[in-house]
Write a protein that binds this ligand. Sequence first.
Ligand SMILES: *[C@@H]1O[C@H](CO)[C@@H](O)[C@H](O)[C@H]1NC(C)=O
Ligand SMILES: *[C@@H]1O[C@H](CO)[C@@H](O)[C@H](O)[C@H]1NC(C)=O
Ligand SMILES: *[C@@H]1O[C@H](CO)[C@@H](O)[C@H](O)[C@H]1NC(C)=O
Length: 401
Amino acid sequence: MKYKTLCFGISCILFAHWLYSPVPENVEEPWKVRFADALIKMTTLVATLFEKIGIMKFEDTYVAITLAYLTKPVSDENVTVIDTNFSDIPVRLYLPKRKSEIRRPAIIFMHGGAFVMGSCKSSTHDDLNRWTSNKLDAVVVGIDYRLAPQHPFPAALEDCVSVVKFFLQEKVLAKYRVDPGRICISGDSSGGALAATVTQLLQNDPKFKDRIKAQALIYPGLQSIDTSLPSHREYAHGPIMFREATLKLLCLYVTEDKALLQAALKNEHMPEESRHLFKFVNWSDFLPEKYKKNHVYTEPVLGKLKASYPALLDSRLSPLLASDFQLQSLPLTYILTCEHDPLRDDGLIYISRLRNVGVQVTHDHIEEGVHGALSFTTAPVFLHLGLKVRDKYITWLEENL
Ligand SMILES: *[C@@H]1O[C@H](CO)[C@@H](O)[C@H](O)[C@H]1NC(C)=O
Ligand SMILES: *[C@@H]1O[C@H](CO)[C@@H](O)[C@H](O)[C@H]1NC(C)=O
Ligand SMILES: *[C@@H]1O[C@H](CO)[C@@H](O)[C@H](O)[C@H]1NC(C)=O
């Protein structure tokens, strides 16, 4: 009993301490951001403790929390919502009820969650996809791809590719009255990586070339070969997203071997034969001056990790590793980045690389933004920022799809 009281007391003190830790000056609703930040730090602490004591694995604490926010497929006055399978992979469909003479646009959405957690059925993504469908009179497909560590790379990607290819069949498009010329692939965070990769793979496949009209990437993570970009350094301790906890989850998509995590934390996880890939993510070349600040570029330290993981060299894990040739034919692109986000520079580098090869890119940068804003559009924390991100994304789709 005394032990429990002590734990509770320590938790309260830590929570209060985190609640009062500073957040960047320009964030809106700083108290709510602090609260969300403290909740996430508490979750990380609990996850770490539970793993140490042997109650459950680190990632399972996060997964358990996200499971609490899963929704049923509930139709409303505007949108019919159906859970079904596309080529054996679970998807949630949003079909507008409005009568329409012409065929509709479609958006295929890949949710975030570090490849380990989350679902298109979580309340935040259900809300977003429902809203998109109603607002744009569009068919929306949310994909419940398989998650790591049970299903490591490239399981999630394979599922997304299968769903998109299934959906692109003429008979399927006709069934849902979708206009084959107005299809967009979207995703947030790690889902942004999936969306970017699926778009690259389809565009470089003669059978599917030019079938996708647009891609929309919301604060995407796009590479894992350099874990020390300026934004990683500046926001290693949050708000909202923390370098160590995030790498711990992300590494699980590649392997459960802890050696990779230990090396990735030191940015010494890449093998000797990956040297030629660093030119694709060289922030010193691709970041606008404004973001370089006084950071100093250091050459990668290679060959320290004994085990080798081919996935780390694969552009299907890190879409930023695609060559200029593979990038040049990509469709109309929307990228949203947030200033206070460790993944900020991934997005900024992709924008530079795409524009360098002539791809048309619209970039929205939210100066007061933090990572994962879309996940704060429902309980337990509601941020205005979430609606701002959603509305910018929807406005772009409205004008471009
Ligand atoms: C249905 O659409 C109308 C018009 O966009 C909107 O005002 C209403 O809130 C929507 N209903 C639901 C349940 O979302
Ligand atoms: C959909 O696929 C999942 C996983 O492959 C399977 O468990 C489920 O029974 C399928 N559902 C339907 C309706 O076919
Ligand atoms: C990165 O860019 C800097 C500055 O342009 C250059 O000095 C360095 O050699 C580059 N490193 C790699 C690995 O591309």
